[in-house]
Design a protein around this ligand. Structure first.
Ligand code: ADP
Length: 215
C-alpha cells in the first residue's frame, strides 16, 4: 500500500502514520523527522535546513525531492510506504509522480486529515516530542506513561522549537499557500480521501480502517 498523508501541521499525520506503519508493515517516511535527524547529527544538509525549520518555512523542493527519492528507493519501501509530510508543494507532488512512474509504481490513496483551526492550535501548543526517536505526545490528550519521558526510549520530552506560537502561525500560513493546493491536485486524480482530523486517536483509527477497507 502506498499512502500519502495530507493536512495541516497538528492534524495527527505523524501519530497515525506510526500506527498504520505497524499495521500495514510498511515504513513511515516522515520528511520532518528526517530533516530533524540531519540537524541533530549536524550534517551539511542539517546545517542548511536548521534556520529554515526554525523559521517555519519549507526546505527547497530540490533538496527535499532528492532526500525523499533516496528514501523511496530503499528496499524497505519496495512494497509500500506511508509518506508523512511529503509532498508539500505541487512541485514535490510532480517529482514524486515522475519518480513512481519511472518505477512502474503508483500511489493508492492520499488521505486528507481535515482539521479545524482551534484543534490544530491546541495540539501544537500542547505537543511534546522525543528528541531521540521523534515520538509525539500531548500534555493532556496523549500523555506518556512516565511524566516528561518518552515511552519508547526514556529520553526527556521537549517542545519542538517550531511549535512556539509565533512559528506555528507562520507554518499555518505556509500550509495554506503552498500545501493546500495539493488537495485539488489529488482530488482531480481521484486519489483523495477525506478523514475527520478532529477525532481522537482511537476514533480516527476506526475511521481509517473503514476508509481503507478493500484497499
Ligand atoms: P508538521 O507537520 O507538524 O509541520 P513536520 O515534522 O512534518 O511537522 O515538518 C516540520 C518542518 O520540516 C516544516 O515546517 C518544514 O520546515 C520542514 N519540512 C517537512 N516536510 C517538508 C517538505 N516536504 N518540504 C519542505 N520542507 C519540509
Amino acid at each position: 500500500m502506498r499512502f500519502v498523508l495530507l493536512g495541516p501541521p497538528g492534524a495527527g499525520k505523524g501519530t497515525h502514520a506510526r500506527i498504520m506503519s505497524e499495521k500495514w508493515k510498511v515504513p513511515q517516511l516522515a520528511t520532518g523527522d528526517i530533516l530533524r535527524r540531519h540537524i541533530r547529527e549536524q550534517t551539511d544538509l542539517g546545517k542548511r535546513a536548521k534556520a529554515i525549520l526554525d523559521r517555519g518555512e519549507l526546505a527547497p523542493d530540490t533538496l527535499v525531492n532528492e532526500l525523499m527519492k533516496d528514501q523511496l528507493a530503499k528496499p524497505e519501501a519496495k512494497n509500500g510506504f506511508i509518506l508523512d509530510g511529503y509532498p508539500r508543494t505541487i512541485g514535490q507532488a510532480e517529482s514524486l509522480e515522475a519518480f513512481l512512474k519511472s518505477r512502474n509504481e503508483k500511489l493508492d490513496v492520499a488521505l486528507y486529515f481535515k482539521t479545524s483551526p482551534e484543534v490544530i492550535v491546541d495540539r501544537l501548543s500542547g505537543r511534546r516530542s522525543c528528541p531521540k526517536c521523534g515520538a509525539n505526545y500531548h500534555v493532556r490528550n496523549i500523555r506518556p506513561k512516565v511524566e516528561g519521558k518518552c515511552d519508547v526510549c526514556n529520553a526527556d520530552l521537549v517542545q519542538r522549537s517550531d511549535d512556539r506560537p509565533e512559528t506555528v502561525q507562520h507554518r499555518l500560513e505556509v500550509y495554506e499557500k503552498d500545501t493546500a493546493p495539493l488537495l485539488n491536485y489529488y482530488r482531480k486524480s481521484g486519489l483523495l480521501k477525506e478523514i475527520p482530523g478532529d477525532l481522537n486517536v482511537p476514533e480516527l483509527q476506526k475511521e481509517l480502517s473503514n476508509v481503507l477497507a478493500g484497499k
